[in-house]
Design a protein around this ligand. Structure first.
Ligand code: ZN
Length: 473
């Protein structure tokens, strides 16, 4: 792993101040579970994203952007640290199994013991390691505000580092329709932050509108669905979602896609409003704005629903739209880029790249030349599987870490097709090991935890929120 000169670099950046007149406003929007192919800008004809499509007409659209995992935490840590999951190791695999076991022993010593086990043994794999710098730490001189509502990104997992203001917005209730329906609430806080800071400012907002259970359904469902749902919508919660998503037939898959579409319409409408307010304040034009997803979402394309199950293009490839300050023309980029390129690119535009640990590294969203010649690696580690992947141009290899089983694919447009070629498989496996590295899950679990406080990582409140996300049954 890279040897970071953290202390020296931090001291250096603290002595710098962004020049108020030319420092761009930077807005990073991460959208949980947003598929790239549901956006009109990427060719969808569903008409769900008029505001994103309008945004894309003055932005650069990356057609081959990849996450580093297919679920939230490892992907967002990669975005913040510029490291692959096999390097940052924030994987939290095994959590669901442990939490479910602990839940069976409500209010007993056994539960306490199991919860301690979750917090201690798996703590190492759930918290951003304190020695790994996150790119926002190098934007001193900027007013930095983070606004997130996914419990995986809570302050207690280390995501509050480097912000002047870190807002976590749990849903008010976990009842139907209100779980993630807080984009308007978050927008209010973002608006306040932007209005209160006149100088250089950086906002990160993570929106959960299209994370399951999808919605809200009341406002937007009738616009995308013309047939009856067949049950009372207020009954659609996490439990019902899981019931529907398990062994879903074609009609159920199409119903759930309509729910997803309704959530997406809400997100798009609220994003449009935020952009409109920036225009009214004459800040839109000079802003650097990035919209990206942490992973996609699948609707049985590969035998599963949701995300975090595999590393196919449906969940591993993500939308990425970047509007540079004063950009008013659309551009399309077809080269392979990754979430790990986002941080260095933001630092480049803020004139901080050379002051950061990314110094000397290319900022591929700017320069088109990616170190590693277009290769992006990823790791999916969940309770059931540990997969590593490497995309190199139009080829893709997926290795099952436990069995050593290798799948080789050729990427054709929006999907991959299996390829039989032992020699290529061997060559790509060698490259994968060079880029992604050896991965030893068993060895990791026994490492010392790095908690950044003595509070338990997962208390009853966090447990309730993780249940709402489907991480505890
Ligand atoms: Zn996510």
């Amino acid at each position: 792993m890279r040897n970071w000169l953290v202390v020296g670099v931090l001291l250096l950046t603290q002595s710098q101040c962004a020049r108020r007149d030319d420092a761009p406003i930077i807005i990073l929007i991460t959208v949980d579970s947003l598929r790239w192919d549901v956006l009109g800008a990427y060719g969808s004809e569903h008409g769900l994203t008029p505001n994103l499509d309008k945004f894309a007409r003055q932005a650069t659209r990356f057609d081959r952007a990849y996450a580093t995992s297919s679920w939230t935490k490892p992907s967002i840590v990669s975005l913040m640290t510029g490291l692959l999951p096999s390097q940052h190791l924030v994987l939290m695999s095994g959590l669901k199994v442990h939490l479910n076991r602990a839940e069976q022993f409500a209010d007993t010593d056994k539960k306490q013991e199991l919860m301690q086990d979750v917090n201690q043994r798996l703590g190492r794999l759930s918290v951003v390691p304190p020695h790994l710098p996150m790119f926002q730490e190098f934007l001193s001189g900027y007013a930095r505000g983070a606004f997130v509502n996914n419990p995986h990104l809570h302050a207690q997992f280390g995501f509050d580092r480097g912000w002047d203001s870190f807002g976590f917005f749990p849903s008010k209730t976990f009842q139907t329709g209100t779980m993630y329906a807080n984009t308007p609430v978050m927008n209010g806080r973002i608006r306040e932050f932007l209005a209160n800071h006149k100088g250089p400012k950086f906002v990160w907002a993570h929106f959960n509108d299209v994370h399951y259970p999808y919605g809200p359904l009341e406002t937007y469902l009738s616009r995308v669905r013309k047939t009856e749902v067949g049950f009372d919508l207020t009954r659609y919660d996490m439990g019902m979602h899981e019931q529907l998503a398990t062994n879903a037939d074609q009609d159920t898959v199409s119903l759930l896609f309509d729910f997803y579409a309704a959530g997406l319409m809400q997100f798009d409408a609220n994003l449009g409003q935020l952009f409109q307010e920036l225009r009214q304040r004459r800040e839109y034009d000079r802003a650097l704005i990035l919209v990206v997803a942490d992973h996609g979402e699948e609707f049985m394309e590969h035998g599963a629903m949701g995300h975090g199950n595999n590393l196919y293009e449906t969940t591993f490839r993500v939308p990425l739209l970047v509007k540079l300050p004063h950009q008013n023309q659309p551009f399309v980029r077809g080269d392979v880029v990754s979430l790990i390129d986002v941080g260095p690119s933001i630092l480049h535009y803020a004139n901080r790249l050379d002051l950061s640990p990314y110094s000397g590294r290319s900022a591929p969203l700017v320069t088109e030349s990616r170190a590693g010649k277009g290769a992006v690696g990823a790791l999916l580690s969940n309770d059931l599987r540990h997969l590593q992947t490497l995309v190199l141009g139009d080829e893709k290899i997926v290795v099952d870490v436990a069995s050593g089983h290798i799948d080789l694919f050729q990427i054709h447009g929006d999907h991959e097709v299996p390829l039989e070629n032992q020699q290529r498989a061997k060559a790509l496996e060698t490259k994968l090991l060079a880029v992604v590295g050896q991965y030893n899950f068993i060895g990791l679990v026994d490492q010392e935890p790095h908690q950044h406080s003595s509070d338990p990582l997962i208390d009853d409140h966090m447990m309730e929120q993780l249940r709402a996300l489907g991480y505890v049954e």
